[in-house]
Design a binder for this molecule. Structure first.
Ligand code: ZN
Ligand code: ZN
Length: 92
């Protein structure tokens, strides 16, 4: 079993660079440890390589990496925002 990376303590989201406040909470990806806003950490999956067998918060990159193999099952578990992203190529 691997040790998960330590959480980064960044002042802003690693994806969109927004800053955090009372209303914009800071989150971390359990898989890569990056600091992220809610919008960019709204994905959940188990991380058995880290001993996490229930859904944990992850970023899109980590989610996408491990879901490409099993997209049919995992697509039902993502939030509407992620679903919209995945659908985009089919909308022309
Ligand atoms: Zn963000
Ligand atoms: Zn990640």
């Amino acid at each position: 079993m691997e040790t998960p990376p330590p959480f980064q303590e960044s002042a802003h989201c690693d994806v969109c660079r927004c800053t955090f406040s009372t209303f914009r909470r800071r989150h971390h990806c359990r898989s890569c440890g990056r600091t992220l806003c809610h919008e960019h950490s709204s994905y959940h999956m188990a991380l058995p390589q880290y001993g996490i067998y229930t859904d944990a918060r992850v970023c899109y990159e980590c989610f996408n990496k491990s879901s490409s193999r099993d997209a049919g099952v995992l697509i039902m578990r993502v939030l509407p925002g992620a679903f919209r992203v995945l659908r985009t190529p089919f909308q022309g």
